[in-house]
Design a binder for this molecule. Structure first.
Ligand SMILES: *Cc1c(COP(=O)(O)O)cnc(C)c1O
Length: 407
């Protein structure tokens, strides 16, 4: 090659094979080369037998997909740009005009917004069911029901449903069920084996996970996954994924791969801190209710114990829960007072999402979020905390000093 620039673009050097290190390499591409036309024509993009185009994956994303499938006990995995994109991809793939989707009343808010927005516009109806009453779910299932969302624990209010019974109801009706597994993170319980009887046990059809939270662990990456155990269902989702043009950046994939080995350590630490603080909050007169599935009085505690608590083969007798808890402040406090309490916190930062090293707080106006005020929740303003990795004594002191603004 006479031209230097052409020469450097088509450079003959290739590094030796056999490089091995703790982290897989970061392979980025839109274009992928084929050795000849026959290979170009015959290569399959739907499985991991080769590479065809960046959107369908590179060695880096393949590695993350396989590791995430293992984490959650599934077989196949699709990566999408956010947890919400995972929710939307499942809905767009499985629902068409005339169908109905059922969501728990405590579902992740934007999942409900999607049902109320685009899905409704496209002739797909929805109903919200009582997450604490499997019979309510059973009553709402009709021949038009094509998808049921499950979520454990519920967003913001953290009620823990009877997942096994909800799954049984869906199975009896022959309806696909998808779990938002962001809270459990593949650690607190086994979404594809809820009976915990090993491979082949009863499990959900689809598990979506906001990798944005614990898998990333840094508060600096947005990504989601869709995990399945049925090849036909996976291909159905993958075709939609392809037609929507969804892809993820390989630097973000690398960030998640980097954080994934420590997910269990971090999850346990977030969990321990949340439990200490939730117990402490129980003793404070400002709170009408403390919501955390591991607290005996919290809605659905028995279901949490049965699914995530002490059991055979569990190394932790106390079970696992994420680093989230909510408090409902007594109704005597005005919204302005609750806002002042949140503003007074120093270590707990005001911010959405969770799963990173920094503790976060968000006040919620429950009235606009639910079909009615649930009987199991006290009246008052709700504040949701997510614990980071700070020392628990410092976080407790922060809560104590901020509570002074109420007195
Ligand atoms: C954060 C979250 C999502 C959405 O994840 P993003 O990556 O922020 O879109 C979905 N479900 C639950 C339960 C979440 O907490």
């Amino acid at each position: 090659m006479s031209d230097k620039i052409t020469g450097l673009i088509h450079h003959p050097y290739t590094p030796p094979e056999g490089f091995a290190a703790p982290q897989p390499g970061v392979f980025k591409a839109s274009t992928v080369f084929f050795p000849n036309v026959a290979a170009m024509r015959s290569r399959e993009w739907k499985d991991k037998t080769g590479y065809t185009y960046g959107l369908h994956g590179t060695p880096t994303s393949y590695v993350l997909e396989e590791r995430l499938a293992t984490l959650e006990g599934g077989v196949q995995c699709l990566l999408v740009p956010s947890g919400l994109a995972a929710i939307a991809t499942v809905a767009l793939s499985l629902l068409k005009s005339g169908d109905e989707v059922l969501l728990p009343d405590n579902a992740y808010g934007p999942n409900k917004a999607l049902a109320n927005g685009e899905l409704k516009d496209w002739g797909i109806t929805h109903q919200f069911y009582d997450p604490m009453d499997p019979q309510d779910l059973a009553r709402r299932i009709s021949p038009r029901t094509k998808l049921v969302w499950l979520e454990a624990a519920g967003s913001v209010t953290l009620e823990f449903p009877d997942l096994r019974e909800q799954l049984r109801v869906c199975r009896a009706a022959g309806v696909l069920c998808a779990l938002d597994n962001t809270w459990g993170a593949g650690l607190a319980f086994h979404p594809f084996d809820l009976a915990n009887e090993g491979a082949g046990g009863q499990g959900v059809d689809i598990s979506i996970h906001a990798l944005t939270k614990y898998p990333s662990g840094g508060g600096d990456v947005l990504m989601g996954s869709i995990i399945t155990r049925d090849p036909a269902l996976h291909i159905r989702l993958k075709l939609t994924h392809m037609r929507l043009g969804l892809g993820v950046g390989m630097n973000d994939v690398e960030a998640v791969l980097r954080a994934l080995p420590s997910i269990a350590l971090r999850y346990r630490e977030h969990d321990r801190t949340a439990r200490v603080l939730a117990h402490w909050c129980l003793s404070r007169p400002e709170f009408a209710q403390v919501l955390h599935p591991a607290l005996p009085g919290s809605p659905g505690h028995a279901h949490w114990r049965a699914l995530c608590g002490a059991g055979e083969g569990r190394e932790e007798r106390e079970g696992l829960a994420a680093g989230l808890f909510s408090v409902i402040l007594h109704a005597r406090y005005s919204e302005a007072q609750v806002d002042a309490f949140c503003d007074a916190l120093r270590l707990f930062k005001l911010g959405y999402s969770w799963g990173g090293p920094i503790s976060l707080v968000v006040p919620y106006e429950l009235a606009g979020m639910r079909q009615g005020w649930p009987a199991h929740l006290a009246r008052g303003t709700l504040v949701r905390f997510s614990t980071g990795l700070e020392a628990v004594e410092d976080l407790q002191a922060d809560l104590a000093q901020a509570l002074q603004v109420l007195n």
